[in-house]
Design a protein around this ligand. Sequence first.
Ligand code: NAD
Length: 254
Amino acid sequence: MTLLDQRVAIVTGAASGIGKATSLLFAEQGAIVGLVDIHETKGQQTLEQIQKAGGRAFFMQTDVSNPDLVRSAVEQTYAKYGRIDILVNNAGIGMQKLLHTVSEEEWERLHHTNLRSVFLFSKYCIPYMMDAGKGAIVNVSSVQAEATQKHFSVYASTKGGINALTRGMAIDYARNNIRVNAVMPGCIYTDDLHRSIENHENPEALKQFIETMQPMYRAGQPEEVAQLILFLSSDMASFITGSCHTVDGGYLAQ
Ligand code: NAD
């Protein structure tokens, strides 16, 4: 018996990094995974990888900042399987800029991609979960929500919003047996980080700089975040709701 046997899950940002690792793990644990991503080629690659391993999934190319496309992805999933048990709001983009240099368009793009998408996917999934009398939502936040570093204020505002939404939704839907939690990753080795290190004028120095900021002296792997998301999505976390959990190698404890 696997942890997510026959559960229907939607994972956003499933084509890369944490979302991809989560989708692969969910499928391995018996879930049928609705892969949502804006990136068609990489989304199809994730789908193929899952299917090759004998898992079940389907890909929905979707821009999570577009309300019509979000509603359509949720409706498509329900139409296919008649249920949505798990929602992982993971899609997100970064920004490291001083606030006065951020244009209104950039603010909007970041907020629509990182925060409004959580509102929209939750808004459209929750009625189905209420009808079913259960559900689990995991939102991917960041340690930046709690301890913002320099030049991260605008990005941090999206993640702080996610933590607030997580707690509020958890309270409002607890009676419906819908659990809502967040994970706050620290520094995680994703393609972007590998690329930044490779393209840096002194890759070894940047790598060392990143590592010395971590109590465990290393960045995390996407799979290490996926394991926490799996736990929170599964019945093993049946009494856990409204919590924002770090998965940061001790970064926030410093
Ligand atoms: P990633 O870039 O590897 O993956 C993000 C995925 O989201 C990509 O596949 C991308 O195509 C997709 N995406 C971006 N915009 C989209 C849109 N408008 N519609 C649909 N899909 C879209 O990044 P990641 O590091 O795996 O990030 C996943 C989440 O984790 C993000 O919310 C990020 O803020 C958060 N996070 C990451 C780290 C880290 O160190 N990597 C740390 C803290 C939090």
